[in-house]
Design a protein around this ligand. Structure first.
Ligand code: SF4
Length: 335
């Protein structure tokens, strides 16, 4: 028997992070990644300030404040899926604040430690909550497979032939958390872009970098690295958001995804990328007031590659100190 539909088709559902988006789409709902909605708006800084004016402390991550204020400006987003385990140490509190303001909150938990049975259960709960079934989600996964294949191609064109720039790679892969709220239009956009990129001449940056960590909040990081002659040929998290492992069932797909689980899965993924993509160095982006900053130490210790750690706070251009540090790092790596 089909579960009853709690939301009419076309209802917009906010996501605080990457969750099994197939569930949202299978239910006929529109996923909206709140991070992307926040960072792509012209009012990013104003939204961080608005959250502070509403009472969020200065010492809370700007992404959380941005999501909160963005939601205030988007009442059409009827419910929010909050990953209260496996994402962010602030998410549970954010969910409670939203509930207190009468926003509907749906909880989703990535199991910790990584465990198939628990993830399957969580996924089934989510599907039932959204009014759909595992079979419908599996059909949606199959429908998305050509699009995910094209995203893998786009990624290859970044590190194999250099026909896709690091920033383009970042922007296409990061949007795969919600497929820009319209998978069909997004698939056409990706296919069109690939058609153009494949006609570009091949190029090889002087310095091959990997960008590690949560998505940087800086507005001009890739442009500046390009100016220095360094190409970002690996964007760790955006690539993870694109679910780059084909041929898995839906539970396995989100079990293989490294972001919500322990750091060791990330380390294995990073080691492989360093080797396969012939990286010269890594830039580890860390966010002010984020618990994930603590992983810097272990990443630095375990990976035998030069690594520069930078920290961002608000959605602004790079500050002069970070620009100088990036320049010095690229200079050292330049052949
Ligand atoms: S950067 Fe860190 S603290 Fe901020 S939302 Fe992401 S995980 Fe949470």
């Amino acid at each position: 028997m089909l579960p009853s539909r709690p939301y009419p088709p076309g209802t917009r559902i906010g996501l605080t992070t990457t969750i099994p988006v197939e569930a949202v789409l299978a239910a006929g709902l529109i996923p909206v990644d709140l991070n992307n909605l926040f960072i792509s708006s012209p009012w990013t800084l104003a939204r961080v300030s608005a959250a502070e004016a509403a009472g969020f402390p200065r010492t809370i991550c700007a992404w959380v404040k941005g999501i909160y204020a963005t939601l205030t400006d988007h009442p059409e987003i009827e419910a929010v899926i909050v990953a209260c385990q496996g994402d962010c140490s602030y998410t549970q509190a954010l969910g409670e604040i939203l509930e207190a303001q009468s926003r509907e909150v749906i909880h989703f938990k990535y199991p910790y430690p990584r465990e198939r049975g628990q993830l399957q259960q969580e996924l089934e709960h989510l599907l039932a909550r959204l009014g759909t079934t595992p079979a419908a989600a599996a059909r949606m996964q199959a429908r998305l497979a050509p699009l995910r294949r094209n995203l893998r191609r786009l990624d290859r064109l970044t590190w194999e032939t250099g026909q896709v720039k690091g920033e383009e790679n970042f922007s296409y892969l990061i949007s795969s958390s919600d497929f820009a709220s319209d998978p069909e239009a997004y698939a056409r956009k990706v296919a069109g872009f690939l058609g153009q990129a494949e006609k570009r001449p091949r190029r090889s940056p002087l310095v091959r970098l990997g960008m590690v960590g949560i998505p940087p909040i800086f507005t001009d990081l890739w442009d500046y690295l390009e100016e220095l002659g360094a190409g970002v040929v690996f964007n760790e998290m955006p690539r993870q958001f694109s679910m780059p492992y084909p041929g898995l069932d839906l539970v396995e797909q989100y079990l293989r995804y490294t972001y919500p689980y322990d750091v060791f899965g990330r380390l294995a993924d990073l080691e492989e990328a360093v080797k396969e993509r012939r990286l010269d160095g890594l830039v580890h982006y860390t966010q002010s007031f984020c618990f994930r900053q603590m992983f810097d130490q272990i990443i630095r210790e375990r990976l035998a590659i030069p690594l520069l750690t930078i920290e961002g706070d608000r959605p602004t251009p790079l500050d002069s100190r970070t620009r100088m540090r990036l320049e010095a790092f690229v200079d050292v790596l330049r052949p």
